[in-house]
Ligand binder design. Structure first.
Ligand code: ADP
Ligand code: MG
Length: 240
């Protein structure tokens, strides 16, 4: 579902991604871990072309995003992204937040967009909050709205960039539970996270990045439980 071939990304003189090769199969959940500054966010952002790769190839759901002929907007609609900051519209209700891109980007009718919004808000456990405004919700609830908003677009894959890092500890569990249920439903997911217990439990594969390269990848039990590289061991000894 996601193929990344020899991906390089530089910002000026700074080479942030130095040759990434990665495949994520349909229904697979891949967690990306690694120290701050290792290029995890840049990798995710290159997968939906929020950043333009310097070189290399990115293919999502059979479409090569790095092909200059590619209709990026069409592909991007197929890729849901959830960030650390929820980026909800503060002046719109929860329901309206989940409807707006469906209306404007997918041109769905109000009735259809509302039906799909309600179904996805129910899926993330917020059916009772549709009339609320973001400021009236906890961070965990806001993040679940952001997940519902992404799901409402009918994505083929979901990318998560540290979705629980901005949350108070007691709110993390509800968001991870929603992500766990998505994984069980067969969603293809790439998740940058520091939640090692989530990675151990949910990830089919864990990728450890450092210095713009993939240093190790494999089953969570191996990469987190018994890392082969010194760099991964050092990182894990700090976060576990
Ligand atoms: P991570 O998510 O693993 O913490 P990032 O992908 O955010 O790492 O960043 C990797 C490196 O790229 C960092 O040194 C960061 O400062 C740099 N970087 C990221 N985005 C930009 C940008 N838009 N312009 C310049 N440098 C950037
Ligand atoms: Mg990051």
């Amino acid at each position: 579902m996601i193929e990344v071939h020899d991906l390089h990304k530089s910002f000026g003189d700074l080479e942030v991604l130095r040759g990434i090769d990665l495949e994520v199969g349909a229904g697979e959940v891949v967690c990306v871990i690694g120290p701050s500054g290792s290029g995890k966010s840049t990798l995710l952002r290159c997968v939906n072309l929020l950043e333009q790769p310097t070189s290399g190839k990115v293919v999502v759901d059979g479409v090569e995003l790095t092909d200059p002929e590619c209709d990026i907007d069409a592909v991007r609609r197929r890729i849901g992204m959830v960030f650390q900051q929820f980026n909800l519209f503060p002046h719109l209700s929860v329901l309206a937040n989940v409807m707006i891109a469906q209306r404007k980007v997918l041109r769905r009718s109000a009735a259809e967009a509302e039906k799909i919004a309600r179904a996805n808000l129910e899926r993330v456990g917020l059916a009772d909050k549709i009339g609320a405004y973001p400021a009236q919700l906890s961070g965990g609830q806001q993040q679940r709205v952001a997940i519902a908003r992404a799901l409402a677009m009918g994505p083929a894959v979901m990318l998560f960039d540290e979705p629980t890092s901005a949350l108070d500890p007691e709110l993390v569990g509800d968001v991870l539970a929603v992500m766990r249920s998505l994984a069980l439903d067969g969603m293809t997911m790439m998740v940058v996270t520091h939640e090692m217990s989530f990675a151990r439990e949910v990830a089919d594969r864990v990728v450890f990045m450092d210095g713009g390269v993939i240093v190790e990848e494999g089953p969570a039990a191996e990469v987190i439980g018994a890392p082969a590289s010194e760099r991964a061991r050092t990182f894990l000894s700090r976060v576990l």
